[in-house]
Design a protein around this ligand. Sequence first.
Ligand SMILES: Cc1cc2nc3c(=O)[nH]c(=O)nc-3n(C[C@H](O)[C@H](O)[C@H](O)COP(=O)(O)OP(=O)(O)OC[C@H]3O[C@@H](n4cnc5c(N)ncnc54)[C@H](O)[C@@H]3O)c2cc1C
Length: 468
Amino acid sequence: MTGPKSYQKVNDEVLASLSEIAGAKNVLCGDERANYARDETTELEPALPEVVVRPEDTASVARIMKLASDKHIPVTPRGGGTGISGGAVPIYGGIVLSLERMNRIVEIDRDNFVATVEAGVILTDLYQAVEEAGLYYPLYPGETSSSIGGNVATNAGGMRAVKYGVTRHFVLGLEAVLPNGDIITTGGKFVKCSTGYELTQLITGSEGTLAVITKVLLRLIPPPGKREVLFIPFNSLEDAIGAVPDILKGDNLPVGLEFMEQDIIKMVEEYTGQEVPLHEHQAFLMIIVEAASDDEIQRIAGRLGEVCLDHGAVDVFLPGSERAKRRLLELREKFYSTVCHFGTPAIVDAVVPRSRIAEFIAKVKEIAQRYQVPLVSYGHAGDGNVHLHPMSDGTKKSVAKIEKMLVEIFQVGVACGGTISGEHGLGLVKKEYLPIAADKSKLALMRRIKLAFDPNNIMNPGKVIDMD
Ligand SMILES: Cc1cc2nc3c(=O)[nH]c(=O)nc-3n(C[C@H](O)[C@H](O)[C@H](O)COP(=O)(O)OP(=O)(O)OC[C@H]3O[C@@H](n4cnc5c(N)ncnc54)[C@H](O)[C@@H]3O)c2cc1C
């Protein structure tokens, strides 16, 4: 029996075993569980776990998984709880396994440019430790309180993917605990590896459905030197997106290339009380570049400015001071909190080849107009990852309308050569759309992979793919 109906409840005997493994104060059965009942997905109802357990080491995680497996209790791994697909929401109750106490930076290896960290380390702490070691971890998924385990489990992306790629491009190896309690290690402090199936990459992006990630080996690089931010207004989104292919043709790939429309700019101004430069224009590109020296930065910024002006840019704004650059980037980072402040946004995180972003957005706008649903759009123009927020008024009718509309949006995205999630994962809220992006053979193979790892379906069940 593998289905949710056969799951057992967490009883006193299980609680006693968990207390023995993790210490009684790290086994939460009271009101504190409410903090683990949701993530940052606004449209989801919280789901209370029967118990939260916070182990301090891999051996304890292994014992917890063995216990859950023997007792047939579902387990939801949890990092920072900043996910926006409902992946960490324990929909069948059971055990939430929080990695928050496994937050040690084990080693920053300067010779091999590798950080070894426990899965519960949060990004802020990783950045600091790596910087102190004179090295650089370039990935920047917007929320720095997210954990490395969560980043790996969702294959997080963020604003610097144009140049550096996504989390999986920096994961060299893992330590993980399988649902039966076995501990495995994959990869190592090396880039080359042709030794059997690539389990590091299979577990990366599996959203807690295959194994609990306990340790991660991350590739580091030398620090980039100087950074510049260009903020460029256009008269239309079409003009702005039209500039993207030429921006990317230069000899220095931007680190980030973001697009945004006037509505999100106005919203973020109202939400933060801060004014955005040149806010009267219709659409904007934000380009982030890095180079070794000031001269080089100036040369690159000059070229990018000219390319944009050739494509109809109205102006090219350079913030000047480091503080002003930081402020502009921070305003961009607040977009998601901003839309949440103004309503209940659904989140479209579709990705299409970047040459087809304009076409995709135009089609989505037509769909939204037909459904009469307000739509806020911005995203990572340089890597084709579009964030669209159809805004619900919270009523059941409006939520149902948006769900129907999302089917059409994802179909259009897939028809444009894209797929339905670029960086947030499918979790709970996008799993039902997976058949739009994956045919029957692929779905069947995914189910067989899930069963090979987790024959009793206790590992974050109900996420990514339904098993029946
Ligand atoms: C304001 C805001 C901005 C954001 N911007 C971005 C962005 O630019 N790019 C981006 O990619 N994401 C972004 N996110 C989403 C989120 O930060 C990422 O998905 C992040 O990787 C989640 O990490 P977490 O530790 O919070 O994971 P959680 O939310 O705790 O969990 C996410 C998923 O990973 C699983 N998981 C967590 N830890 C483990 C583990 N150790 N082993 C196995 N499975 C595990 C969970 O079961 C769940 O399925 C943003 C979120 C917010 C709130």
